[in-house]
Design a protein around this ligand. Structure first.
Ligand SMILES: Cc1ncc(COP(=O)(O)O)c(C=O)c1O
Length: 343
């Protein structure tokens, strides 16, 4: 089946990198990281792969404004804001949460990139999201613009292409380094990345099993969402893939205190990976997923092969809005001393 048009925006292929110091410390399988945190600079992470296809569709429809939604610290909204700026498209963001007098992290970058931000209290956002998006799109039309509404996380049958193609890329990486991992781990939030990887690796590396680590909701929700995105994709593009043949697996024991909040054990994993590997994980997505992977490995549940792959989906800017707790107690800060000035 031929893929639909795509705007090439991401730096691809991303590296597949072994974490040898951490793997040696843990004494289990060799952990590899697919570095999708390196897909771009500001627009880094997993969303750019999906947005390449979704924005191509918006352009094909002659749209000049991207309308989308998410939490105040949404990585998807930040990527959309920056990519819209890069392509000369206006961006309108419908965000969940109270406006901040001192915007940080992703929200700071949304504003820096010139996106128009509309914030709504969480309860209203949850109740009225479709109507809020419609109203935003309608206001664009009234001003003479042509909006394209992107669903949460760009997770739909069009966005699925991003990780279907990433799966092909990952399968080529696995062949190039000569490994046959049984398990591939990824953070899952709106389900589209998990959907693309589950279907794509079923086709391109059938020995692997994709485990989404939920950062919200539960396994039943993700089973339905992943199936819905893949069904939309199947119907839209006429694929003969048998969805019943797919194993949609979600680990939902690592959500912790709730979406956007991580516990101290996850903070410890984030610190450990930063200190042993110099690799940044965020407290909302990748930190929880990586922590879940280490817990599963520790319990002997993912140890059927010599190698395991973690798909790093980015999200590092979210870390800055959540500094509290990330350094833990007892961290050392150097105090400035008098001496020669630094140039
Ligand atoms: C950094 C990061 N990792 C993982 C995810 C999960 O991807 P998806 O929304 O496709 O489930 C997201 C977005 O939700 C994200 O921003």
């Amino acid at each position: 089946m031929r893929a639909p048009p795509r705007v090439a925006l991401a730096r691809l292929p991303t590296p597949l990198q072994p974490l040898d110091r951490l793997s040696a410390e843990l004494g289990g399988p060799r952990i590899w990281v697919k570095r999708d945190d390196l897909t771009e600079s500001g627009a880094c992470g997993n969303k750019i792969r999906k947005l390449e296809f979704v924005i191509a569709e918006a352009l094909a429809q002659g749209c000049d404004t991207l309308v989308t939604c998410g939490g105040l610290q949404s990585n998807h909204c930040r990527a959309t804001a920056l990519l819209g700026a890069r392509l000369g498209l206006a961006v309108e963001l419908v965000l969940r949460g109270a406006p901040s007098p001192d915007p940080d992290g992703n929200l700071f970058l949304d504003l820096l990139a010139g996106a128009t931000v509309h914030t709504f209290a969480a309860s209203r956002y949850q109740r009225e999201l479709p109507a809020l998006l419609d109203a935003c799109a309608q206001a664009v039309r009234v001003r003479g613009g042509k909006p394209y509404v992107i669903p949460t996380g760009a997770s739909d049958g069009i966005g699925v292409w991003g990780y279907l193609q990433a799966s092909e890329e990952l399968a080529a990486d696995l062949r190039a380094v000569g490994i046959h991992p049984r398990h591939v781990i990824v953070a899952t939030g709106s389900g589209g990345t998990q959907a693309g990887l589950t279907a794509g690796l079923h086709l391109h590396a059938p020995q692997t099993l994709v485990h989404g680590v939920a950062v919200c909701d539960d396994a039943a929700w993700f089973r339905d969402k992943v199936r819905a995105d893949l069904l939309h994709w199947k119907q839209r593009y006429g694929s003969s893939l048998d969805l019943d043949a797919l194993r949609i697996d979600t680990l939902d024991a690592y959500v912790g205190p709730g979406y956007g909040h991580a516990d101290e054990a996850t903070h410890q994993t984030i610190r450990r990976v930063a200190r042993v590997e110099g690799l940044l994980l965020d407290p909302v997505y990748t930190g929880k997923a990586f922590h879940g992977m280490l817990e599963e490995l520790g319990a002997g549940r993912l140890a059927e092969a010599d190698d395991i792959v973690f798909v790093h989906t980015g999200g590092m800017f979210g870390m800055f809005a959540q500094r509290a707790g990330l350094l833990g107690t007892g961290h050392a800060t150097a105090t400035a001393t008098s001496g020669p000035s630094q140039r």
